[in-house]
Ligand binder design. Structure first.
Ligand SMILES: NC(=O)c1ccc[n+]([C@@H]2O[C@H](COP(=O)([O-])OP(=O)(O)OC[C@H]3O[C@@H](n4cnc5c(N)ncnc54)[C@H](O)[C@@H]3O)[C@@H](O)[C@H]2O)c1
Length: 388
């Protein structure tokens, strides 16, 4: 496995990446040494990888407990965390135990909080199994669960001791999840690392089938993009807020759809919304909007909000966005990350946020809810033609 050090201010941890390297992951976990390994997974991942990981760990390193939580965004809440904590303690967790978060971003967030809370903090190792987790959530110290009114509103910051990732695990990931994860890569390229746009655009596959070497390239590029904005901002409250690009509308859509629109796919829609807001406000060109549609479209995700997602729920959740409070805005605006051009973020009052008129955001959300006619051209392409 190749190791890269993730650095955020005074925090450092190794990210070991390989392909077909489950044995190396077990060996490394054994080297860390623990009284007990608490392997946390959802049922799907537990069956695919959890049982084998626990058997091999138990044979090599010591007691390993597989603890499952119900899967999906709708179960990323305090009741699930409570049940996991009780179960971990019943199974013998102590201060020398290691929580192994084996799964996607949902498992990573819940297990991350579990590690932070058990005995006021025990070691956490991430073994990410989705694209979103491998290149996004494990590169953040943010651990949170959802509240009734909005996403990720109850949580803390907690660092893993290591990340151990095997791209071979992505071979079993449903195509819908791969497409969704690729939207986060598109986000990194548009908001932070435009140097990767051409190669990414050429490599994106709507069918969601990627060779292992492409996956590794994408993960390394994402490590570099994250490092660019969080190296001096571990709490993601300054430059690191750029990572929230597409997340204002994205989170509202994801949460309102109760998981039917996966995280990355929702962020893809949120980025298109943000680009339209920026363009309609006169801050960005129509080409930027079209570039968003082109890249998000090439990931294979739908470019509209499904008809069964309530738009009034989306608007309601926009008002509870977790970026409130960084930039003073009046009730008629939302603080959003907006781009002027790829890699160039609009700034106001020393932040990477801009007050976006609420009416404009609402109307852009309405447009995203109108499914394009088959074979029809996008409004953005029409605007672009007009500008030529
Ligand atoms: N902390 C952060 O900074 C941060 C960053 C990005 C995302 N997130 C969070 O991550 C979550 C989304 O993560 P996600 O997209 O990974 O969702 P997820 O964890 O729900 O996983 C998606 C689905 O894939 C299945 N799965 C996982 N790995 C698999 C594999 N290898 N093979 C087959 N199936 C597999 C899971 O069972 C699940 O059904 C959101 O809650 C989001 O808020 C957090």
């Amino acid at each position: 496995m190749q190791v890269t050090t993730v650095t955020m201010d005074d925090v450092q941890y190794p990210y070991r990446l390989g392909t077909d390297c489950l044995d190396d992951i077990v060996t490394r976990l054994g080297e860390l040494g623990a009284s007990r390994y608490l392997v946390v997974s959802d049922p799907t991942v537990a069956e695919l990888y959890g049982q084998r990981l626990c058997e091999e760990l138990a044979a090599l390193a010591g007691p390993a407990e597989l603890i499952t939580h119900p899967s999906g965004e709708r179960n990323k809440g305090l009741p699930t965390l409570h049940d996991l904590a009780e179960e971990a303690l019943r199974r013998g967790a102590d201060r020398q135990s290691i929580v192994v978060a084996l799964g996607g971003g949902v498992t990573g967030n819940i297990a991350g909080l579990l590690a932070a809370l058990l005995f006021r903090g025990i070691r956490l190792v991430h073994v990410p199994t989705t694209v979103v987790a491998m290149l996004d959530s494990v590169l953040s110290l943010k651990q949170a669960v959802n509240a009734g009114v909005g996403k990720n509103l109850v949580g803390t910051f907690y660092q893993p001791v290591e990340v151990l990732a095997d791209t071979a695990m992505l071979r079993t990931l449903p195509v819908r999840e791969i497409r969704s994860g690729m939207c986060e890569v598109v986000k990194n390229s548009l908001a932070i690392r435009p140097s990767m746009i051409d190669q990414l655009s050429a490599g994106l596959r709507p069918d969601g089938r990627y060779p292992d070497d492409t996956m590794r390239w994408i993960i390394y590029e994402s490590l570099a993009a994250k490092a660019q904005v969080t190296a001096y901002d571990k709490y993601e409250r300054g430059e690191g807020l750029v990572l929230e690009y597409g997340h204002t509308v994205g989170h509202a859509v994801e949460h309102s759809s109760q998981g039917a629109v996966p995280h990355g796919a929702a962020v893809g829609l949120g980025m298109i919304a943000a680009a339209r807001v920026s363009h309609r406000s006169g801050w960005a060109s129509a080409e930027l909007v079209e570039l968003h549609r082109e890249l998000v479209g090439k990931t294979g995700v739908a470019l509209h909000i499904p008809s069964d997602v309530s738009l009034s729920a989306v608007r309601h959740r926009l008002a509870f966005d977790n970026k409130r409070g960084y930039l003073p805005v009046d009730a008629a605006s939302y603080p959003m990350v907006l781009l002027e051009s790829p890699g160039k973020v609009l700034r106001s009052e020393g932040t990477v946020l801009t007050a976006a008129p609420r009416d404009l955001v609402d109307s852009v959300v309405d447009e995203l809810a109108r499914a394009p006619r088959p074979g029809g051209r996008s409004a953005d392409a029409a605007v672009l033609d007009g500008a030529r």
